[in-house]
Write a protein of this length. Structure first.
Length: 382
């Protein structure tokens, strides 16, 4: 009788809602209950497994969508050996007595495995997470997390827990719009790539918390947790930070394109100018046929007609040859001018502002000396 009374008291204490839970209930939020018992592991990794189980429970609780019963509360009810017997199964386990005693809707079980390669002196960690429906005993979600270090494993928990509980939120769909400062950025939601920016369509995701990660080569990846309200659109704007090496490479490329564009523009102006000058000179040399006009093709042809001799013929042919040469040069000039115009347009269209990322640079100091050592200078760029 005393044992029964004690067990009943412990059950009541473990199942009783905390102040946070009471606030949720007061708000009318009927959140399902989830128990996170101790994770299974191999000998020597018990402390790490307990820490990981606590971190997973914290991540689930942070969502605000579940009433979480942690392994500490479970241990208050049952001895460690009894807990492993009743809650230790990782896969489907219908009719779980502990789950019924705790009055939870879901069990989040885990198994932590460490593999060591003695030859290479390396090790790896694998965390298997499974959510089981305590009433039906069916597995509803699972996730495998791999890492080479403990820090890396803990760092991956946030997005993997968000992905793990996502199937429980099916039917409560919301929409996510991700706007990144850089086109071509990869957008991942709960570790799954869903597209690249600019994204023309909204992402349909279950309501609740999600971890979005935006990354692009040469930029520092940005990861943050967002909460999506069912039937609502959540817009997230992400600003990526370029690395110094990326800024240097970007500026070299864009300045090269900009210089090339101005060079092509100069060639275009020279080509059109050549066309205009040569056309004008050719037109002047051809002449108008006015009385008293000299040194033109029309005047030389008139002299040849009035007095056909070798001198007049040679003068007319020389002037005609000069006119043809100038016309040819003008056509070559207009050809270069048109080609250079197209090149200028393309280079300006493809190129971007070379100073686009200048604001990301810190203050830069530059000092120099004259070749003879007689002077020098100092500059500070912001």
């Amino acid at each position: 009788m005393l044992l029964t009374l004690t067990l009943t008291t412990l059950l009541s204490q473990a199942a009783a809602p905390t102040m946070t839970d009471q606030a949720r209930v007061a708000d009318g939020n009927k959140n399902p209950k989830m128990a996170v018992p101790d994770f299974q592991t191999t000998a020597g990794n018990e402390a790490l497994a307990a820490m990981v189980a606590g971190s997973v429970a914290t991540e689930v609780d942070r969502t605000g969508l579940f009433l979480v019963t942690t392994s500490d509360q479970v241990r208050a009810l049952l001895s460690l050996e009894r807990q492993r017997q009743l809650l230790g199964c990782l896969d489907d386990c219908a009719g779980n007595t502990a789950a019924e005693a705790l009055n939870v809707d879901y069990l989040l079980n885990g198994r932590l495995t460490r593999l060591t390669d003695a030859a290479k002196k390396t090790s790896s960690l694998t965390l298997d997470l499974v959510i089981v429906d305590s009433k039906s005993g069916k597995r509803v979600s699972s996730r495998e997390v791999k890492a080479t270090t403990e820090a890396e494993l803990v760092g991956k928990l946030e997005e993997n827990v968000a992905a793990l509980i996502a199937p429980l939120l099916t039917g409560r769909q919301g929409f996510l719009v991700v706007i990144a400062s850089e086109d071509g950025s990869v957008v991942k939601v709960n570790g799954t790539q869903l597209g690249t920016t600019p994204m023309t369509q909204r992402l349909q995701v279950p309501g609740g918390p999600h971890v979005i990660r935006v990354e692009k080569e040469g930029f520092t990846a940005v990861q943050k947790q967002v909460r999506v309200t069912p039937d609502q659109v959540v817009e997230e704007t992400i600003r990526l930070m370029p690395s110094p090496d990326f800024i240097d490479a970007y500026e070299r490329k864009q300045w090269a394109l900009r210089i090339g564009a101005f060079t092509a523009l100069g060639v275009a102006v020279a080509g059109f100018a050549t066309f205009g000058i040569m056309q004008g000179q050719a037109r002047d040399q051809y002449g108008t046929g006015a009385v008293g006009e000299t040194n033109t093709f029309l005047s030389a042809r008139g002299a040849l007609i009035s007095e056909e001799n070798e001198a007049n013929r040679t003068a007319a042919e020389n002037i005609a040859s000069e006119i043809r040469t100038k016309l040819l040069v003008s056509y070559v000039g207009i050809g270069f001018g048109l080609a250079a115009t197209v090149t200028t347009f393309v280079l300006f269209l493809v190129g971007e502002d070379p100073n686009r990322y200048q604001s990301y640079r810190g203050p830069r100091a530059t000092a120099w000396l004259t070749p003879n050592g007689g002077g020098g200078g100092f500059a500070l760029d912001f």
